[in-house]
Ligand binder design. Structure first.
Ligand SMILES: NC(=O)c1ccc[n+]([C@@H]2O[C@H](COP(=O)([O-])OP(=O)(O)OC[C@H]3O[C@@H](n4cnc5c(N)ncnc54)[C@H](OP(=O)(O)O)[C@@H]3O)[C@@H](O)[C@H]2O)c1
Length: 254
């Protein structure tokens, strides 16, 4: 029998920072990292859920909006001060938003890009002086960046930009032996697609995704988080610059 992830201790005594660690995929990852011995730090926007995530996982926490580059930089410096050099950065925070091309306004575009691309890039940049050489960075993208989904243009463009960022940062960090990889989830059952939706709409979306996803269902946050831990761990020591689709086969089989 393979040893369950939670008993393997791959991150024992490592400093792990998750930006966007108080809900969904980030919270699932926080639970797994904590279970594998990491010293953990989390950010999010929602102070209440962040406090609860910290209490559950033993993480130190700080409210920091990804759109606020100064707040993120301050959080990263504070985490490194408290935990020591960062071994693993999981840059996961992201927001969704749908509008057909004709309806995309500049504020709508800017709000998505401020978090998903601009905020993510400058957080990554701010983290670099605090990263330990030989560490790992995992960034959450989306299969939206390679799928022609009507209404998804602003989000897809931001995540596609982030994919380009990952490739170039991975190359620039080769001398420091810091691996930089991306996970790109397919439809995953988290708050991001349920927010502001009625129960009937959520049920309809689940049924639609069951039809669309080759594996026949949405993913669970935990399934995506496990892929992030894999890329962050020594199990992935020869993997660098990739975008791993964690999508039930959507991209390759859809
Ligand atoms: N679920 C999917 O189907 C799916 C598919 C493809 C890609 N993704 C990507 O997966 C990542 C995680 O999403 P999820 O599905 O787990 O959604 P989620 O449950 O909504 O979680 C999003 C996380 O990001 C944080 N966050 C969002 N905006 C932020 C901001 N401005 N500043 C700081 N933190 C912020 C949230 O914190 P607060 O709760 O405090 O705002 C939360 O921790 C995102 O990058 C998303 O684009 C998700």
């Amino acid at each position: 029998m393979p040893t369950p992830c939670s008993e393997r201790g791959r991150f024992r005594d490592q400093s792990v920072v998750i930006l966007g660690g108080n809900a969904g995929i980030g919270l699932a990852a926080a639970r797994l990292f904590a279970g594998e011995g990491a010293r953990l730090a989390l950010t999010g926007r929602n102070a209440e859920t962040l406090l609860a995530a910290g209490a559950e996982t033993g993480a130190i926490t700080r409210v920091a909006d990804m759109a606020d580059t100064g707040a993120c930089a301050a959080a990263l410096a504070a985490f490194a001060g408290a935990l020591g050099p960062i071994d693993v950065l999981f840059l996961n925070a992201g927001v969704g938003g749908f509008a057909p091309v004709a309806d995309v306004t500049e504020p709508f575009w800017d709000q998505i890009h401020a978090v998903n691309l601009r905020g993510a890039f400058f957080a990554l940049q701010a983290a670099l002086p605090h990263m330990r050489d030989g560490g790992a960075i995992v960034v959450t993208g989306s299969i939206g960046s390679v799928a022609a989904v009507p209404g998804n243009v602003a989000y897809a463009a931001a995540k596609a930009g982030l994919r380009a960022v990952v490739r170039i940062v991975a190359k620039e960090l080769l001398p420091r032996r810091i691996r930089v990889n991306m996970i790109s989830p397919g439809p995953t059952d988290t708050e991001i697609f349920k927010r502001d939706a009625a129960e009937a709409e959520i049920a309809a979306m689940r049924a639609m995704f069951a039809d669309v996803v080759p594996i026949g269902r949405m993913g669970e946050a935990d399934e995506v988080a496990r892929a992030a831990l894999f890329l962050a761990s020594r199990d992935a020591s020869f993997i660098n610059g990739v975008d791993l689709y964690v999508d039930g086969g959507c991209v390759e089989l859809g």
